[in-house]
Ligand binder design. Structure first.
Ligand SMILES: *Cc1c(COP(=O)(O)O)cnc(C)c1O
Length: 220
């Protein structure tokens, strides 16, 4: 399953989404070579970081409150869910304290669902043109992230992924043309990753397909 999925993804990298999964399940994938894991809650990733091998790259993929950045700033490899200048400023502040640079993605709302977080492109322009952005020397923007709608309609999902790719291309051309670090398009989950890969995903976030359904007592 794991090896086959890696092959299917081609050059896109796999973020194994281990939220709600026990450490044993994470170690099973680790033993097969996986090092990149995604969690959506600060209170869950901190104990996992403490307990598990230090060569795991932890990606924070869920909504992040500014007041919780301090708990992950010393170790988080990438934050996928930056949706405001205020949050980016706080990530920078905590990165300075830890004397490191934290890789971040801007999260965009590409779906038609009410509850999802994320910027639109105008808000991203405003953030990148703000007076404060050039001062944020301890964050590095590496690209964009988005979630498609939870629908059956593949054409709608494809349209949404295309819109994220388009946002990436616009930001790249306008603000990061000579910055090789700005290269990531984080899109695709268990149900829609083949479409995401076709539409240019570079980071695919997969949980259920790897670990089985959440909250149902998994193989460990
Ligand atoms: C849970 C989660 C995923 C993985 O979802 P699956 O359907 O289990 O693959 C991907 N991205 C985010 C932001 C998530 O919260």
């Amino acid at each position: 399953m794991y090896k086959q999925l890696i092959q299917e993804l081609g050059s896109a990298r796999l973020v194994a989404v281990s939220k709600t999964q026990p450490n044993e399940a994470i170690m099973d994938l680790y033993a097969q070579g996986q090092r990149l894991f995604g969690e959506n809650k600060v209170q869950e990733v901190v104990p996992k970081f403490e307990a598990l091998p230090k060569d795991i790259e932890w990606h924070l993929i869920g909504h992040l409150q500014s007041n919780k950045v301090k708990y992950i700033a010393s170790f988080v490899a990438m934050i996928h869910s930056v949706d405001s200048l205020k949050l980016l400023e706080e990530i920078n502040r905590q990165a300075v304290k830890n004397r490191r640079v934290i890789d971040c993605l801007l999260q965009f709302k590409i779906n038609d669902e009410e509850t999802k977080f994320g910027l639109d492109i105008q808000e991203a322009f405003a953030l990148l043109e703000s007076l404060s952005y050039p001062n944020l020397q301890n964050i590095r923007l590496c690209g964009v992230m988005g979630m498609a709608s939870f629908v059956e309609d593949e054409e709608q999902i494809r349209r949404e992924f295309k819109s994220l790719k388009n946002i990436f291309d616009q930001l790249k051309a306008r603000y990061f043309p000579n910055d090789p670090a700005f290269k990531e398009i984080s899109m695709g989950m268990s149900d829609d990753y083949p479409i995401a890969v076709e539409e240019g995903s570079t980071l695919v976030r997969i949980g259920t397909l790897l670990f089985g359904a959440r909250n149902y007592g998994n193989v460990g």
